[in-house]
Design a binder for this molecule. Sequence first.
Ligand code: EPU
Length: 362
Amino acid sequence: MDTTGSGLGRASAPAPAPTLAIERDASLGELNSFRLPATARLLVRVRSEADVRRLLADPECGRASKLVLGGGSNLVFSRDPRAVVLRVEVKGRRLVAERPDAWVVEVGAGETWHEIVAWTLDQGWPGLENLALIPGTAGAAPVQNIGAYGLELKDRFESLDAVDLVTGRTVTLDARACAFGYRDSVFKRAALDGGLAGKSLITRVRLRLPRPWQPVLGYLDLERKMAETGEAAPDARTIFDWVCAIRRAKLPDPARIGNAGSFFKNPVVSAEQCRDIIGRDPEIVHYPMPDGRMKLAAGWLIDACGWKGKSVGRAAVYERQALVLVNRGGATGAEVVTLARAIQESVYGRFGIRLEPEPVIV
Ligand code: EPU
């Protein structure tokens, strides 16, 4: 692909370290956004594909099971991981193609997602604005197919490079191979289920930003902003600012309050089950799906069970959004898991719905 010419940037990845940086008994407290205490027996910082191959050749790490860590924003350490922890720090951002239908940018998996959203906007390549302020790295974005305010990563995805953690070979995967679902992809599924969890490490992600740009405004919170401001045709920068304001108002900033975003997925039920629940709870927030089923707002279900502000030890349900569990300072993973189970039981008891956690529980 062309990487020269006007407007096309260059990769800015630093030269890889000649030897592997292995840390022993490394604290993971600052490497997970929930700030849960955990210790890695071995922690390896991966800055390039060459680092992955060095790792695979290493007698101690090569054959051990592996846990890939990005920004640690969708992970709950309920105990010390037994696997070797690979912290992905591959950098670089550049425009790789300027086509009539899209700009295609390539970013290192270790880049901070929100900085990439802001950078593309600054460069005049809009399209990611609805996904502003989502914590974590660019490499983690496809793992759980991040989504917010009517847009999902898969809607802006071109392809990614990943290194096979057994053979060391780099493969390029398109959207089909990534098998994106709602907060799900092949990278989240275990090998037993045909997935790639722990089997491959994403190094670079390519994003497709369609031309001409079109706003995505169908989400209720954005419609409210349009009504409030009287702005009927907001540009990408305005939508970016709105999304940042909406998120800051209802979601805790992980830099100040440890959390992993939404703790549960919004459950999907049959139209019949939904009618049954509406019969008993007419207020329930629900959205029709293209296949006729209904998606229910898990935050509403948890809120209706009276969980806002409740806690187990130092783990608590966030006061402004019941779907988010927070660390009030000093929480353990066990406390988070106990709180999550109690919420699941109470929602099941009242609504007959089993909530499924969104983050990966280690
Ligand atoms: N609600 C309540 N009480 C609550 C929380 C929510 O009644 O405590 C109601 C709200 O009033 C609203 C509905 O539930 O009517 C849905 O709430 P909201 O619009 O805040 O969105 P959400 O379904 O809770 C999802 C994503 C978020 C994403 C937002 C915006 C999931 C699991 N979560 O949350 O993603 O930012 O929509 O698109 O799909 C994340 O994945 O970590 C995440 C934060």
